[in-house]
Design a protein around this ligand. Sequence first.
Ligand code: PBG
Length: 338
Amino acid sequence: MSHFTRGNYPSTRLRRVRRHDWSRRLVAENQLSVDDLIWPIFVFDGEGRQPIESLPGVDRLGQDQIAEAVQTACSLGIPAIAIFPATPSELKTPDAAEAVNPDNLVCRTVRKIKQEAGDSLGVICDVALDPYSSHGQDGLVRDSYVINDETVEVLCQQALVQADAGCDIIAPSDMMDGRIGAIRGALENAGKTNVQIMSYAAKYASSFYGPFRDAVGSSGNLGKASKSTYQQSPGQSDEALHEVALDLAEGADTVMVKPGMPYLDIVYRVKSTFGVPTFAYQVSGEYAMLSAAANHGWLDRDKVILESLLAFKRAGADGVLTYFAVEAARLLHAAQSQ
Ligand code: PBG
């Protein structure tokens, strides 16, 4: 048999453009840059650093560590940081009142970051009650059910104290209905017209959040209870588009899909359907999974970090929240200076 009969060989050989590094770079369709990274940090009321067992390599930061974190983010060129509080358990109540305390841990941290960095670093605050509630749910609970409209009222107040502290981006992660419109309205009424809303629009009831709940100390409180009456079921896809459509109509500036890697199909659909700034959250369980394997020597840590983040870009994400942000930024800078 002549070799000309084998498919389209030799005229079509996709390996030609893969032959050399310069050529692979030349045809590259997607790129990861430091500008794509958002760094989530955990803070606690105290000094020093506290390791988080299920997130090896990630520490809760005391108030004396904030300035250094800001310095790290700014010197690497990371555009934004997202703050999550480990609220002391004695401050957790069924009504999550600490969430609306203008002097709570998050608000104090925002002020500190803004003092250090001004407008050179964006600050993102999560809006949801779980780090403050004694039951670990994202909203107020009545008869074992998370109630929507009363929760939204508290979320509006939470957003306002965060905006007052200097937060640039309000990020509601609670999945209550109507909260984006209500929060937008509250911000407008308070004259906070330029505070952005990054909506966790398509957020799934996922088991990949486990280590995060350890980090903010909500897992023990939540116990066996689930968040399935408000977060989306993992099999849903069209429903994610419905959520995004509503949040955009209600005034979201940017939208997020969460978790990340197992939900790249959703990232792709959201970006291609709406064409708005779309973010993905490589959540705590994804970090834990990759880190654990890398720590065992089963995966090449640096390579899987960069590959996993590039995959988000390929799927259509404009940026990624990732606990690897600092490491990834260092790797990207090192690659550039080679
Ligand atoms: C709070 C919130 C969660 C995460 C971000 N914001 C936990 C949850 O919904 O239970 C998870 C992030 C992560 O796992 O890294 N509503």
